[in-house]
Ligand binder design. Sequence first.
Ligand SMILES: NC(=O)c1ccc[n+]([C@@H]2O[C@H](COP(=O)([O-])OP(=O)(O)OC[C@H]3O[C@@H](n4cnc5c(N)ncnc54)[C@H](O)[C@@H]3O)[C@@H](O)[C@H]2O)c1
Length: 429
Amino acid sequence: MISDVTIARPGPTRVAVIGLGYTGLPLALGLANAGHHVTGYDIDESKLAALRSGRSYLTDVRDEDLAVTSGTLRVTGDSSALEHAEAVVVCVPTPTATDGKPDLRAFDSVFEVLAAHLQPGALLVVQSTVPPGTTARAAALLGERLGLTPGEGFLVANAPERINPANAEGWNLENTPKIVGGINAESGERARQLLGSVCRVVVPVDSLEVAETAKVFENTFRLVNIALTYELEALCNSIGVSVHDVIDAAATKPYGFLAHRPGPGIGGECIPVDPRFLRSVAAESNVSMPLVEEAIRRADRRPLEVVDRLAELLSDADQELATARVLVVGAAYKPGVSDVRNSPSVEVIAELQRRGAKVSYVDPHVEVLSVDGAQVARAEWNRSAVLEHDCVVLMTPERQVVDRPLWYAAPLVLDAWNLAAAGDGIHHL
Ligand SMILES: NC(=O)c1ccc[n+]([C@@H]2O[C@H](COP(=O)([O-])OP(=O)(O)OC[C@H]3O[C@@H](n4cnc5c(N)ncnc54)[C@H](O)[C@@H]3O)[C@@H](O)[C@H]2O)c1
């Protein structure tokens, strides 16, 4: 039975946060501000240098947020600092490899480091998203190396991150419920106490695997539903209604419906990745998940459909994609962030370039963008940039762009987010 509990604050703990990126840095700051003594460990010297000089590299963390008010936060690239930790939280990247399988190299290398430095009695919390079963397997191997039994000689928990960078709804580390599952009751309890000092609501679950699976299921749910809107869009286009009008109407149902939208593709480190983790565990367990398979395939194809649609629109206007100058608006996978990992814009730009188009991009948060090893020309969002191109593709609804709808000056616009009414050179997918 899952229930929400609010946990009393424990006394200060010496905590190490491994990996100071989108998820680790806010956690390290949250823990320090809750009074803990935090060591942030990362292998990226440029990030450590930025933090030491008081500069944040995340759009969600302002420079002034780095001034810790209660406990302490020191950052280091020296793994021996982990020896002082009573609790260690792992926040390193867990992407997929090019073959779609989980790429756990960073995760495994952290466990190598922990084999040298984790202290008996310490609490180990995995916050990185991992395929179900990974935390227990990694803990068992670590236990062998340390000569300690997981759950006894050191405690083990999984507490997946649900951060939604740059979200406008105000969800953050403190107010987003935190799922915590332990390898045993004591591990779960210790992790709940620690994380309950930064998250208002901790949701205890019965095992590591429930926590791991809940995380990847949340994002699989989103992928499947977004892929479903692509199918709905095809149907709506063929019967001559707006898919967005249909979703808006359905969303008025006060229960049992959650609106998903057919954008230009799915990016970031979660929604495109986590269903592949579920798929990999399903394959290992000889379980077939055709719905998930098809949703992944449909989502993967989406950026190419954007390019196909643009080629068709240009052709209708007696132009060829191969000679077109295309302005792609938005390089990051979502508004308000500089994260281009798995961004559909990057795939769209790569495909446009492969087909001969001359591409520039606009993104207030992405200063340099390399695609297929070459730097893409960056433009400012102004009228002359719009006029210098044959067409504009609205990929990411960046606030700065939405607030200045200069695309109306363009001869042809492909609006992947329904920002403008169709007509007068403005087209939807
Ligand atoms: N970004 C998100 O929105 C988000 C949301 C929920 C969950 N997650 C999950 O959280 C985890 C971390 O993602 P992220 O977005 O914070 O990644 P990130 O790339 O922003 O940060 C990871 C950090 O880990 C560091 N690192 C890599 N290998 C290391 C090692 N061996 N030792 C120490 N540090 C190392 C990197 O230098 C980097 O600073 C992933 O599993 C991801 O799927 C991410």
